[in-house]
Each structure stands twice: as structure tokens, then as C-alpha cells.
Design a protein around this ligand. Structure first.
Ligand code: ARG
Length: 455
């Protein structure tokens, strides 16, 4: 005899391969706790409204509690024949408490059930991700606070541009992470509405109390249109979009860590725990973690595109296609959680080679703009100052000298506006500390920023 909960209309058993092909239990079983939580709230509401008796509701709630315990104890073997997590749990409930278990699905459909399950699950995962993001932001701030003396080359086009504080560079990533957190909070607030009560698509004939269920499950309110409630996956797409932007940030940071830990840059050292060796080259210590995070960014983008493509031509309301929303969403969640967890620790423990950064910062005529600004302050229009310093740099290149090494006569060969005090402007410290306005790299500006973040 078939175990199926929808067998009534059918005379022939489902083809075995079709059964496997259409089943989602293999991946949606991770929703079990949320499926039970949603079902319990629904059952209590049915009891409260007199749609079933309070006693029946209690039996259902207790039965579901037992099933939860069994699943957690690893005692439950899910069945492909029962297709998905919803029917696996419901069938087990009926097996356990008898026909009264069959009253749970009153006024409900798997379409609104799955919609509520994913929201509950995603909401919890988002709260975990939020805490990981906060930990990463803290690690970045810690790096910034501990290395306020370190000056590194700031780049544009990966060519030395102007010296900056390493702390400033770390805080740039903190800004990105702060925006990621804000995006996450936005999307969480937007989707925290109860879809249950939409039924299959049109609502239900029973006198349900959706507002009460919403409150029980910690939703801020109820969704306003039953068709939309069962067919909306915007929230999952928004999450994947948030995740893509976050991974793009982590990937940029990864790229820098990979470069910086190379022998050529030699700016940082990642602790051994985050690296691996080579099976052939004994000297190697490879930055696998940042490399992998950079690589995993690709699958997260892919998941976003999968979700958008999945939804783009679906007529209202529910379509079976939508079962395909889960794997990309789950994969995105796992990837983001893993990457963040490991990054927060890796960044906090990263060793900074400040001396090497400083040597690099002094190369590449990084204070050329400061000489130009100096001339401007002496009255030269900026365009002319740019020309003067351009020629000075060419002279340096041709003569193998650096800007601070030029004699006053050499400087003055390009502009007689330049005087002895030029040497106060062309050191790394002077260059950095001259950029005091909010958002600049001067030590006092960075310290002000750190103090603000502490608050
Ligand atoms: N396993 C299904 C999914 O994930 C649950 C909803 C099924 N609804 C239906 N009418 N077949 O989308």
C-alpha cells in the first residue's frame, strides 16, 4: 500500500525514478525544526479557533515534539516516497498519534507551509550571519587599533599612489561590512511577514487567525495577498544578492591577502592554521583560505543567477519549479557562513610586517602629490604644479633618486617656489598626517574614526 498522503486520485503507483526525481527530502530535511515549529503554531491556532478541539491540538503539538526529539536523536529515516520534509513529518505524525494527526493540515497547504518554513529558517540563519559579520568587523577594527603606526602604500591601478595608514585600509573593509550588515537587516525586516494562511493559493474557507500565528512565530505581521504569499521568493533572491555583494567584498580582501602574503609583497603573514603546504615544494605556505573564499564567490554569484532565472517566467502562483529554490539558497548560506566564520578569526590573528610596508610606501614617488600641493600653497595653479612635479619625478627616475633625497637646488631647478621647508612635507608621516578631514588617512582622522566606532 502506498504511503502517499495524496494517493486518493491515483490508481497507479508513481514510477520509482519519477519519485526520486521529484523528491526534495534529500535537501529540504534541514528545514525539519522550522516545519515543526510552524505546524505547532498552526495546530494551536486551529484549537484556539475551535476548528479542531483544544485537546486535538495538544495531541498534535505533543506528537510533533516527540518527532522533533526523534529526528534530533537521529532515529528518523526520511523516505523518498514521502517526497519532502512536510509530508515526511505529517505521515509520521499520523503514524504516531493516529487519525487526529490528519487534522493538522486543515486550512493549510504545502505551498504556504513551505513558504513559512523557509522564512523561519532563513531568519535564524540571518541572525547567525549577522553575528559573524559583527565578529569580522571587530577583527578589522582590532587590526586597525593595533597598527596605528604602520604606513603602507595606497594604490590605484595597483601602482603606488599615496601612502596610507594600514589601519585606514582595514577600516575601509569595515565600512563594506557595515553596509553588508545594513543590507541584511533591511531584507530581514522586509520578509518577516507570515505567509501561512494563504492556503494553496486563494486563502482558506476556515476561520483562521493569521495575526495570532504571526505573533506566535515572531513575525512582524501577515502577508497581504494569498497569491503573492505562496509565489514570492523575492526574499531568497534578496538574500542571495546580499550574499553576492558580501562575497565580492570578501573576495577583494582575499585577493589582497594573497598578494600581501607573497614573497614579493611580504606585507603580512597568515597564521599556519589558515594555510597549507605543497606536496612537492617544501618551502611553500599557501594562503588557501583566502584563495578558496575568492573562488567560492563564483558559486554564490551562480546561485543568485539560478534563483533569478528560476523565477523569471513562472505564472502565479506556486509552481513545482520553486522547489529548486532550496539548493542554491542553502549553498549560499553554507558558503557565506563558512567564509565569514573563518575570516573573522584569520583577520584577527594576521601578522603585519610594518617595516616592509613602510619600505614599499616610500618607493614609487608616493609623496609626489604632496610636492604638488606644496607648490599650490605657494601660489602655483594646480595644473602647473602637476607639470613641475611630473618633471621632478622624471629627473628622479633618470638619476635613480627618490623625492626626499633631492637637494634643495635639485628641487629648485623645477620651481623656485620650493624652499627648505619642502622636507617637512615629503616624509611618509607628513604625507599621511596632512590628510586630516573626515574620511582621510591622517592618524588623527583614523583615531577619531576608531573612537566613533567604539561608541
Ligand atoms: N517540496 C515542495 C517545495 O519545496 C513543497 C511544496 C509542494 N507543493 C506542491 N503543491 N507540490 O516546493
Amino acid at each position: 500500500m502506498s504511503k502517499k498522503l495524496w494517493g486518493g486520485r491515483f490508481t497507479q503507483p508513481t514510477d520509482k525514478f519519477v519519485e526520486e526525481f521529484t523528491a526534495s527530502i534529500e535537501f529540504d530535511q534541514r528545514l525539519y525544526a522550522y516545519d515543526i515549529q510552524g505546524s505547532q503554531a498552526h495546530a494551536r491556532m486551529l484549537g484556539k479557533q475551535g476548528i479542531i478541539t483544544v485537546k486535538e491540538a495538544e495531541q498534535i503539538v505533543a506528537g510533533l515534539d516527540d518527532i522533533l526529539k526523534d529526528i534530533e536523536a537521529g532515529k528518523v529515516e526520511f523516505s523518498v516516497e514521502l517526497e519532502d520534509i512536510h509530508m515526511n513529518i505529517e505521515a509520521r505524525l499520523i503514524e504516531r498519534i493516529g487519525a487526529v494527526g490528519g487534522k493538522l493540515h486543515t486550512g493549510r497547504s504545502r505551498n504556504d507551509q513551505v513558504a513559512v518554513d523557509i522564512r523561519l529558517y532563513l531568519r535564524d540563519e540571518i541572525d547567525t550571519i549577522h553575528s559573524y559579520l559583527a565578529a569580522l568587523a571587530t577583527s578589522l577594527i582590532k587590526q586597525a587599533e593595533e597598527h596605528l603606526d604602520v604606513i603602507m602604500p595606497g594604490y590605484t591601478h595597483l601602482q603606488t599612489a599615496q601612502p596610507v595608514l594600514y589601519s585606514h585600509h582595514m577600516l575601509a573593509y569595515r565600512e563594506m561590512i557595515a553596509r553588508d550588515i545594513s543590507r541584511l537587516q533591511d531584507l530581514r525586516a522586509r520578509f518577516n511577514q507570515l505567509p501561512l494562511g494563504a492556503g494553496a493559493l486563494a486563502g482558506t474557507t476556515f476561520d483562521i487567525d493569521r495575526e495570532w500565528v504571526a505573533e506566535q512565530l515572531g513575525f512582524d505581521g501577515v502577508t497581504r495577498n494569498s497569491l503573492d504569499s505562496v509565489s514570492d521568493r523575492d526574499f531568497a533572491i534578496e538574500f542571495c544578492s546580499f550574499a553576492s555583494i558580501l562575497m565580492m567584498h570578501l573576495s577583494r580582501l582575499s585577493e589582497e591577502l594573497v598578494l600581501w602574503s607573497s614573497a614579493d609583497f611580504n606585507f603580512i603573514e597568515l597564521t599556519d592554521a589558515f594555510c597549507t603546504g605543497s606536496s612537492i615544494m617544501p618551502q611553500k605556505k599557501n594562503p588557501d583560505v583566502p584563495e578558496l573564499v575568492r573562488g567560492k564567490t563564483g558559486r554564490v554569484y551562480g546561485n543568485l543567477v539560478s534563483m533569478l532565472t528560476l523565477m523569471k517566467s513562472l505564472p502565479l502562483a506556486y509552481n513545482k519549479d520553486m522547489q529548486e529554490d532550496k539548493e542554491p539558497l542553502f549553498d549560499t548560506l553554507d558558503t557565506v557562513k563558512g567564509s565569514l566564520k573563518i575570516f573573522a578569526e584569520m583577520i584577527a590573528e594576521m601578522k603585519v610586517k610594518g617595516d616592509n610596508m613602510r619600505i614599499a610606501a616610500a618607493r614609487g614617488f608616493s609623496t609626489a602629490t604632496d610636492v604638488a600641493d606644496y607648490c599650490v600653497r605657494k601660489g602655483l595653479p594646480f595644473r602647473q604644479a602637476h607639470e613641475v612635479v611630473g618633471k621632478t619625478v622624471r629627473y628622479c627616475v633618470e638619476n635613480g633618486k627618490d623625492i626626499p633625497e633631492l637637494s634643495l637646488d635639485e628641487f629648485r631647478a623645477f620651481s623656485d617656489l620650493i624652499e627648505e621647508d619642502i622636507y617637512d612635507y615629503v616624509t611618509l608621516e607628513a604625507s599621511v598626517n596632512a590628510r586630516k578631514a573626515t574620511g582621510g588617512t591622517a592618524r588623527e582622522a583614523v583615531e577619531r574614526e576608531l573612537a566613533r566606532l567604539k561608541k
